[in-house]
Design a protein around this ligand. Structure first.
Ligand code: SF4
Length: 519
């Protein structure tokens, strides 16, 4: 076990219970305990306080807490190799009942794992250059990025080396393993905001600045975004950061969160609350005290928002090469499908696979002469389509009651079937993004959806039933969260209600209007 840190908040009498758990034993120490003790002595031997710390290993208990676990694996920047994909698929086959989920933060999730399998899984992941560590917990989690980095005609800089540096700096770094709450970063130089900058605790977006007569491409910096029950859009700091300064600035922002973030209430601990209280000016002042002077902001290079969607075959930055954006309905696949994706990446592409925050995937770097054959591959024709149906293609869902202990309602399969139903009942010539979540934590990012469905239980004469609050008009184009309609819809009426709602939208939308942007 590593030497315990002397944190300056340690004597604060108002700390919440989880803070005391973290002070007693660092979250990262649980990894060793899992390997040496719990994996051998079994589920019943797990101390309740350590069960809370399992998150630092990237593990949560799966509903109904009967000895099965969910594990999240980091895919930094949303790019993995075909070999890594095969390792993930094999883990799912051996231990995870064949199930692989792509998350809204470009990570991969397994279900059905048992504690005895963790040492082997940790070893397999490490050998493949992957990790589940700190994919959950009060620490720097999966770093979101542009899954097209390096090949993207719409990026101004290849962000892969920056994401790799950040991952190296933060992963298992005990200076940052005890933050007040979860902490989410994104780095993208795509001019269509591929990494959803405004909903991250810390985000770097593309910018340029003339410095001493030289045009420098770098980043603008956003802090304090996040969803859950009290969603906030990140605020921009008046700084310009050169690519080589990103790690330093990220370390500075994370240090401010660690040392000044709130640790009294779990519901008031994210960086967004500190940023809301301080304001971006004071935040910048405090940051500069830590990292030294920074340039003031330059020219923003973000031109809009692509929603995180890349469907179809598109030309890359490299002439003669294409990337393929594929639809994975609600982000769920089986191990054989992931292995098949790995084969396609090797045979047609450069052996890399992109994961998108819309729970979809990309095959990167397909030579022009291979495009026709690629289109005919059975996996592409029948399952992960280049041009999915309107609603299936733009449906996102969190985990829901199937596996999540916090869920109030079932989501994933319901969203998949609902999207199919809408495709059968409405024709729409533009995408309409529907996100479904099972509780206010909003892992499915319902606030940024055109239609956001948030699960709730309601009392009816027949007893408690599952229902959804309906929100419309979310977007990061001109950023705004969606707004709640005065409509709580029980699940039996949800399909018919949405048909009516979308038909109304179809009839009333403005010329050229694509999304519910202007409600
Ligand atoms: Fe679970 Fe709620 Fe997150 Fe859905 S939004 S996965 S129900 S915590």
């Amino acid at each position: 076990m590593a030497e315990r840190k002397q944190w300056k908040w340690a004597d604060d009498p108002s700390l919440n219970k989880m803070e005391l758990t973290k002070l007693e034993k660092d979250g990262l120490d649980v990894i060793e305990t899992i390997i040496n003790t719990y994996s051998k002595e079994g589920f019943a031997s797990i101390e309740p306080s350590d069960m809370d710390r399992f998150k630092w290993a990237g593990i949560y208990q799966q509903r109904p807490k009967d000895g099965h676990f969910m594990m999240r694996v980091r895919i930094p920047g949303g790019i993995m190799t075909s070999e890594q994909a095969r390792v993930l698929a094999k883990i799912a086959q051996d231990y995870g009942r064949d199930l692989v989920d792509v998350t809204t933060r470009q990570a991969v999730q397994f279900h059905w794992l048992t504690v005895d399998t963790f040492p082997d899984i940790f070893e397999r992941l490490a050998a493949a250059g992957l990790s589940s560590f700190e994919a959950c917990g009060d620490c720097p989690r999966q770093i979101m990025g542009n899954p097209l980095a390096g090949i993207d005609p719409h990026e101004v800089l290849d962000t892969r080396p920056i994401v790799a540096e950040l991952e190296k700096f933060f992963l298992l770094n005990r200076d940052f393993s005890n933050l007040p709450r979860k902490y989410k970063m994104s780095v993208s130089a795509n001019i269509y905001n591929a990494a959803h900058a405004q909903i991250n605790d810390l985000a770097f977006t593309p910018a340029k600045k003339n410095i001493a007569g030289e045009e420098v491409i770098g980043f603008h910096v956003w802090v304090g975004g996040g969803l859950s029950a009290k969603p906030y859009l990140a605020k921009q700091l008046d700084v310009f950061v050169r690519p080589e300064e990103v790690v330093k600035v990220a370390a500075g922002v994370t240090t401010l969160f660690r040392d000044f973030g709130y640790r009294q209430k779990r519901t008031h601990a994210r960086l967004k609350f500190l940023v809301a209280d301080w304001g971006p000016e004071k935040f910048k002042e405090e940051l500069i005290k830590l990292v030294g002077e920074l340039e003031t902001s330059g020219e923003d290079l973000t031109k809009g928002w692509n929603g995180g969607y890349f469907y179809g075959l598109h030309e890359q930055r490299q002439p003669g090469y294409y990337y393929a954006g594929l639809s994975v309905p609600v982000g769920r696949m089986n191990a054989a499908e992931l292995i098949e994706l790995a084969r396609l990446a090797d045979e047609y592409g450069d052996g890399t696979i992109g994961t998108c925050n819309t729970q979809n995937v990309l095959i990167r770097h397909i030579a022009k002469e291979k495009v026709a054959a690629f289109r005919e591959e059975p996996l592409i024709v029948n399952r992960f389509k280049l041009k999915p149906d309107t609603f299936v293609g733009y449906a996102v869902s969190c985990t829901g009651t199937e596996y999540c202990n916090l869920a109030l309602v079932e989501t994933k399969e319901r969203m998949r079937l609902l999207a199919q139903y809408l495709d059968e009942h409405i024709e729409l010539d533009t995408p309409l993004r529907i996100h479904m979540i099972g509780c206010p934590n909003s892992c499915g990012q319902r606030q940024i959806a055109d239609i956001g469905l948030q699960g709730i239980k309601v009392k009816t004469p027949e007893g408690m039933v599952e229902a959804f609050d309906v929100h419309v008009g979310g977007t990061l184009e001109v950023p705004q969260f969606n707004r709640k309609l005065n409509a709580r819809v029980t699940v039996d009426r949800l399909g018919a209600f949405l048909v009516q709602l979308i038909t109304f939208y179809k009839e009333e939308r403005l010329e050229g209007e694509e999304y519910w942007r202007y409600v």
